[in-house]
Design a protein around this ligand. Structure first.
Ligand SMILES: NC(=O)C1=CN([C@@H]2O[C@H](COP(=O)(O)OP(=O)(O)OC[C@H]3O[C@@H](n4cnc5c(N)ncnc54)[C@H](O)[C@@H]3O)[C@@H](O)[C@H]2O)[C@@H](O)CC1
Ligand SMILES: [K+]
Length: 498
């Protein structure tokens, strides 16, 4: 599991180590220098003489960049450090001693300084971005806003893009909520110091981090027990996946009921059932309106009956009658997935956290608006963590907000971000498959699915499997359809369990 902590939690965790004189900055900068060397080695580049541009901001993030520059200059690299105003004293002295070329831009946004910035940017094959770290508040202010814009434009225009290593976080991201409030310098690699931060996991900041490498600084024991954001790994999902034993039978393994699909949208019923069956329930009962389900899947038991979870919504064209079934199930402690049109059932009523809503950006916008928030799709897309968390708080339900990286929120505030799916996953019906899959994961874990925090954890596990199945289906990059995702769920489960 990747556990991400807020800037404030990191500061508190660092404090006792700093008070004890632990050289955290040396460790962080040594790791950044090592990653730089590893990149050069992996690319077959000659290390002495390789050009590095360190971008040095006013805080300790800049200090990391300066110490890393000193390490690299000691290794024979041609290192230039650009800065303005006051920067980390000891770092500057170390860089000077090591022979780093130090360039201070006194009037940092003058045309002359910006021309100089462009020239050094073009000269540097590797950029070390130490402008802003976890001390940044809000959008990057001047002069860094202009520097970041100029550097980003230079990066895009360059025939061979520089390799950009972000110190801790790409400068310009909002560390605690993963938003991009202003210009940002996208990284090829982010070297996170001490632990992951929410911006490394949450979209859209996640998309500008490149690969993320966490350097252990030894303060884990001082971090809070509950992380701000988590990302489940294969091993985490394997831990909570019930593997059937010989004493199990179809009823102990979990029965999923689906009220999905209709005459108008028959395919949604087929796809949601495909997702449910692929994850290995004991039984699927189907009493939606699609005429094709039982024909497509002879394993399915038609008609309603006792279930351990319920999936409602995908492709339903009429909610009449369904609302009562949903309420009865929830009151009886049966987890319910509310997908697509059925998300409307969360517009007014208060739900328990074992109701799992699966909105995409449009549905999430509609839900928040129905709950009285002034918002629009653009805001929801630029603030997915806020949107998912707010929806969970307002409805009381667990919310799976479907983005390229899914964001899952529990009403208690716990967040999961599950990435790893290819962009090919964005195809009609993929969400129907997910709804069924979540239904099965909830049914298989019925005995504890209604305990605090469990529904969102189980939903996150299901989205992880869904993303991995899409990745397996898409291989090294080919189009996929929703049924391909369902077809690749069993091999993904096999992979994570063995
Ligand atoms: N505390 C430590 O000893 C360690 C800190 N580390 C590094 O230190 C960083 C945190 O250092 P700091 O707390 O000094 O913070 P930063 O280096 O992120 O920057 C703080 C400075 O940026 C300015 N600033 C804040 N918001 C701004 C904005 N929106 N636009 C422009 N300027 C802005 C502040 O006025 C302040 O001068 C971490 O990200 C990490 O890179 C690591 O070396 C590990 C050890
Ligand atoms: K940075």
């Amino acid at each position: 599991m990747i556990r991400a902590f807020s800037a404030e939690a990191v500061r508190s965790a660092e404090a006792p180590l700093l008070a004890a004189g632990e050289p955290l900055m040396r460790r962080a900068s040594y790791a950044i220098a090592n990653r730089t060397i590893s990149y050069l080695r992996a690319g077959g580049f000659t290390i002495p003489g390789s050009t590095v541009l360190a971008l040095v901001g006013p805080g300790n993030n800049g200090g990391d960049a300066l110490f890393a520059s000193a390490f690299l200059a000691d290794r024979g690299l041609d290192v230039t450090a650009l800065y303005t105003g006051t920067v980390h004293d000891a770092g500057l002295a170390a860089a000077r001693r090591a022979g780093v070329r130090l360039i201070e831009l006194v009037e940092p946004t003058s045309a002359r300084s910006l021309a100089e910035l462009r020239d050094w940017a073009a000269y540097g094959g590797i950029w070390i971005d130490g402008l802003l770290g976890i001390g940044a508040r809000g959008a990057a202010r001047e002069p860094f806003a202009t520097w970041i814009s100029v550097l980003d434009a230079g990066r895009r225009a360059s025939p061979d893009e520089p390799f950009i290593i972000a110190v801790d976080v790409p400068s310009g991201v909002s560390v605690d909520d993963g938003e991009l409030p202003g210009p940002v310098l996208p990284a090829s690699l982010t070297v996170a110091t001490g632990c992951a931060k929410p911006a490394h996991l949450l979209p859209p900041a996640r998309y500008v981090c490149g690969d993320v490498d966490v350097v252990d600084l030894g303060f884990d024991a001082h971090l809070p027990a509950q992380a701000e954001v988590c990302e489940l790994s294969d091993a985490d999902v394997a831990d909570l996946w019930p593997v059937p034993g010989l004493a199990d039978h179809k009823y102990t393994r979990g029965v999923v009921g689906l009220i999905t699909g209709s005459q108008t949208y028959p395919g949604a019923g087929v796809l949601s059932v495909a997702g449910a069956l692929a994850a290995g329930p004991g039984m699927v009962r189907y009493w939606g309106g699609s005429p094709h389900v039982v024909q497509a899947y002879p394993e399915v038991v038609p008609g309603s009956g006792q279930v351990h979870s319920l999936v409602v919504g995908s492709g339903l064209d009429d909610l009449t009658g369904v609302a009562n079934e949903v309420t009865a199930a929830l009151d009886a402690g049966i987890p319910v997935v509310l997908d697509a049109g059925a998300i409307e059932l969360a517009y007014t009523r208060k739900l328990p956290e074992w109701a799992v809503l699966t909105p995409h950006a449009g549905e999430l916008t509609a839900l928040l608006s129905a709950r009285g928030l002034q918002t629009d799709r653009a805001e929801v897309e630029s603030r997915p963590a806020w949107a998912a968390r707010t929806a969970a708080t307002l409805t009381g339900a667990s919310v799976v907000a479907k983005f390229a990286t899914d964001v899952i929120a529990s009403p208690s505030g716990q967040l999961y971000a599950q990435g790893g799916a290819p962009a090919w996953r964005a195809t009609a019906g993929a969400g129907d498959v997910l709804a069924g899959l979540i239904g099965t994961v909830l049914a298989m874990n019925a005995e504890h699915a209604c305990e605090p925090g469990q529904a969102s954890l189980l939903a996150a596990a299901a989205t992880h499997i869904h993303g991995q199945a899409a990745a397996l289906a898409a291989g090294s990059g080919r189009p996929i359809r929703a049924l391909d995702i369902a077809a690749h769920i069993p091999p993904v489960i096999e992979r994570i369990l063995t």
